[in-house]
Design a protein around this ligand. Structure first.
Ligand code: PMV
Length: 338
């Protein structure tokens, strides 16, 4: 990690307390963006070109435990990870930022995901959010979540939003030093909102979002319009949430996702995360909607499709998509962010 990143972490930690416990633990939900983050204004500090807004996926997410050891060791879903894998290397690089502040030569990181890793279900988001929460616990920093969101952002941009349950927004910020680019919860619930997950594959995506967004930004002629368009969607979604306007929420989220994918496909070489079944599902959703069923979709950087609908239509939606996993993002069993 660069000196700029070390300095940034130092700045965030100036208001931290110091406890130094033996172990730390963090729990973070996965999130899906209704207004997508796609493109960075600063690749070192992971600063986005547009603000984004998400909803967390209830109990789906990551639980991470951490302790100090001489050398890094990672265990993912019960399996030790080879330190030579890109996954382990990325984690070790991120942890470089925290060795000195945590007085740890290495970290043992035990992570359990309830979502597939790297299949466009935002496991890196909950992963880096849970890791930062575990570090905060280990070192006794007692930092507010907005500050932790800026640390998680360095691991994966979308991780900034996984520090919160329910709706969250990540403000793009304007400052070059990154101190105004943080996420926060949108303090409201929407009890009859449902998310449906259609998992087409749990395979890793061929191009990671970091490389994918850079390629789009550098080569897609459509990208010029994206940041301004996303800011408009960001505002529309915030208003739809306040007004409980499901049609606007769904329509804006779907259009935003499809525009992001169109922008990627215009890149050189084209970036296409869809499988043939992804297109079949898109057609299905749009036909059902034309026939009167209020149902919308969103898709992240992967082929899996997520549906948005209201509880009153659960029976019809489940009948149309038998493999659907239904999530109640504000269900009583999901603890709210403290
Ligand atoms: O956080 P990253 O670098 O994995 O990028 C996430 C990109 C999308 O999932 C496609 C959009 C988003 O806002 O989550």
């Amino acid at each position: 990690m660069s000196e700029i990143q070390h300095q940034f972490v130092k700045k965030i930690l100036t208001s931290a307390s110091h406890g130094a416990y033996e172990k730390g633990r963090g729990l973070a939900p996965s999130n899906i963006a209704l207004c997508k983050y796609w493109g960075k204004r600063d690749t070192t500090l992971n600063l986005p070109l547009n603000s984004s807004l998400s909803i967390s996926l209830g109990e789906k997410g990551t639980c991470t435990q951490i302790r100090r050891v001489p050398n890094d060791q990672f265990i993912l879903n019960g399996e030790p990870i080879d330190p030579a894998t890109p996954f382990a290397q990325r984690l070790s690089t991120f942890l470089e930022l925290f060795r000195e502040p945590c007085r740890a030569p290495g970290f043992e990181v035990i992570t359990d995901n309830t979502i597939p890793t790297a299949a466009g279900l935002a496991s890196s988001a909950s992963g880096y959010a849970a890791l930062v929460l575990a570090l905060n616990d280990l070192a006794g920093w007692d930092l507010p979540r907005q500050l932790l969101s800026m640390l998680a952002r360095l691991g994966s941009g979308s991780a900034s939003r996984s520090l919160f349950t329910g709706f969250a927004c990540w403000h793009r910020g304007e400052r070059a030093d990154g101190t105004d680019s943080f996420a926060e919860a949108i303090e409201t619930t929407w009890s009859d909102l449902r998310i449906g997950i259609l998992t087409l594959t749990e395979a890793e995506k061929p191009v990671g979002s970091r490389a994918g967004m850079q390629r789009t930004l550098e080569t897609s002629p459509r990208y010029a319009g994206w940041p301004a368009r996303a800011e408009v969607d960001f505002e529309l979604l915030q208003r739809a949430i306040v007004q409980r306007d499901f049609e606007t929420l769904g329509a804006t989220a779907e259009a935003n996702a499809l525009e992001m994918h169109a922008t990627m496909r215009a890149a050189a070489p084209p970036l296409d995360y869809f499988l043939p079944e992804t297109r079949t599902h898109i057609d299905r959703v749009q036909h059902l909607r034309a026939a009167g069923l209020p149902i919308y979709l969103t898709i992240d950087a992967g082929p899996n499709v997520k549906l948005l609908f209201q509880a009153a239509h659960t029976t019809e939606v489940a009948a149309a998509f038998p493999a659907l996993e239904i999530i109640d993002p504000f269900g009583a069993s999901h603890a709210r962010t403290p």
